[in-house]
Write a protein that binds this ligand. Sequence first.
Ligand code: SDX
Length: 435
Amino acid sequence: MPQDTLTITDNRTGQAYTLPIENGTVRAMDLRKIRTGPEDFGLMTYDPAFMNTASCRSAITFIDGDRGILRYRGYPIEVLAEHSTFLEVAYLILFGELPTAAQLKDWVQEVTHHTMLHETTKKFMEGFRYNAHPMVMLVSTVAALSNVYPDSKNIQDPASRLLQIKRLIGKMPSIAAMSYRHNVGFPYVYPDNDLTYTENFMNMLWKMVEPKYVANPVIARALDILFILHADHEQNCSTNAMRAVGSSHTDPYLATAAAAAALSGPLHGGANEEVLRMLDEIGSKDNVPAYIKKIKEGHGKLMGFGHRVYKNYDPRAKIIKWAADRVFEITGRNIKIEIALELERIALEDDYFVSRKLYPNVDFYSGIMYQAMGFKPEMFTVLFAIPRAAGWLAQWQEMLTDPEQKIARPRQVWIGHETRPFVPIEQRSPVSATR
Ligand code: SDX
């Protein structure tokens, strides 16, 4: 019997089946041969929320949740955060190798060339209510780029895909900054292509009447590190959305808008905004024990804690803590960090969290750092979406060029009614439809 196989006996028929094991998986389609008779559809797997299902084969990001390991294309996140810039990491994630100096120079120039938004896009954004949530503006505006660049429909053309990728990576900070300026009622600031990617983002956010914006280099570097940390994270909820929507062969702008919409949820990228609300609700270190007691009684979740994959400390959280201290040296210590550190200290000693392997994740400290930089909580998930666009686009391209992939269309387990007779309206009794 070949070693890498699984032998299953179907006790309904006594039939034995031997299935190949590849990369620690069995193919779900191999289960379809397990049937009780010619009429039987065959076995499927049932896996709500894909807790134990690999949807693709990928070479982009590797995570080992038990050991707290995160690598982009084989490079540990710690090394990239220390030695690289975000655009360099975006190149690595998208093209698979670290760029040479010449390649990086060209890449930076090409992305920088695409930082401007079409004036019609700016007018589209001006149509939002003054207090529109910046994340809603970002999702909508990214989708609207589909109209500005109809050539993006040529998804099978590598040159068209690359052009859209450069456009979107270049424009994410511009859309994000314009969403912020709209939200605070300030005039838009156009890109300054003399500046680096992150400095230009800060310019579009915070330039007022000075002739030339000069970014604080410590803040700029801290933001660039945060962009590196958030660039990709294998098959997370928003990447799953990017792949699923992209699998119908829609254009990358509409697929990215769907991914950003998924990211905005409080269980995913929206958690960093919720962490600040939670810390505000706690109010002081002294109130932490009572708050933890409430969580343990089942009233809500500790936002910024827990992870589907990491059952150890999220390696990104450690780096963010380090970067936050550098920012606090410039901005002054955000008092909320004291509450967060006390929350972490108590939670990591409490069996409720330890037994569930709930550790701080990437969102736990990022919000505190963003707030110290001067960002409002409504901007936190936008700051997550900017760099994650590189990951989403890399995953989208990997999906499109994977010969095994096709339109994503899961099956279901039917638990509804069997066929039943139509009831004329006059004979119907008021029943409470199950919601
Ligand atoms: C991101 O997937 C990614 O890679 C995402 C991300 C990325 O880079 O793309 O890393 C970014 O989204 C980070 C996660 C941000 N979200 C939060 O911080 C929100 C709070 N965390 C939880 O909602 C939760 O931990 C999730 C959503 C992150 C993970 O949820 P799972 O894997 O579905 O786990 P679960 O809900 O099944 O929880 C298992 C148990 C449950 O208790 P029991 O039913 O067994 O009694 O742990 C409990 C949960 O109630 N639990 C928590 C908790 N998270 C899980 N209890 C208190 N506080 C929490 N934060």
